[in-house]
Design a protein around this ligand. Sequence first.
Ligand code: BTN
Length: 226
Amino acid sequence: MDCLRLAGYKVISFDKISSTQSYAHDMIAQGTASDHMVIVAAAQYAGRGRYRRKWVSHHGNLYASFIFNSPERDPRLSYAVAVAIAETIISYGVNPQIKWPNDILVNHAKISGVLIEYVGRFVIIGIGINVHTNPTVPEYKTTRLDEYANVDVTDVMSRLVKNLDKFIKADFDIVRKRWMALAAGLNKLVKYRGEMVELIGVNDNGALVVRRGPEYLLVHGDEIMM
Ligand code: BTN
């Protein structure tokens, strides 16, 4: 384990651990976590994704879990994180799309995923970005950044940290507009509770707005399938 400071963060880094996300949970449980910490690993042997899926984590990609103070849940956070990752990818001249709420796709294949978990007075933002390898998974197509640009993981991390700081602090109106400009499936039909509805956008509080016939509905959580 190595410990250093980078751009206002206390960085704890490993060559390989089970999961940066699980390590962040352990630190919170042990009372050793604090605001602006980030756990990074070059590889994980038990990486975790959303919906209790595995996140296959070979060497060559970015695996990081950021810890921030967060006394309350904030649904707007996940949009800021998605925009920060998308802007990081755009900075290499690549055109990503955001699939609600915060999967990042390039050419319809997943390049990055985000796992946001609230624990006590903290939030853990787990980010995986495929840089030099992309796993084959049954659920969706995957890709990696070095298929499109000359990149290295350290440089991706430093751009990501800058963008996270920028968009987490930004006015939500700016984040929301950027998210909508990059969103896949906007004004298209998506599945919500077994019915097809039109994806309209995001409101001021971070709820997704969908249209079912003449009615507009607000959707919170993970209920939309694209
Ligand atoms: C998803 O299912 O799309 C979310 C994937 C999140 C993966 C990241 S990699 C760093 C952190 N550690 C984990 O075990 N998971 C998250």
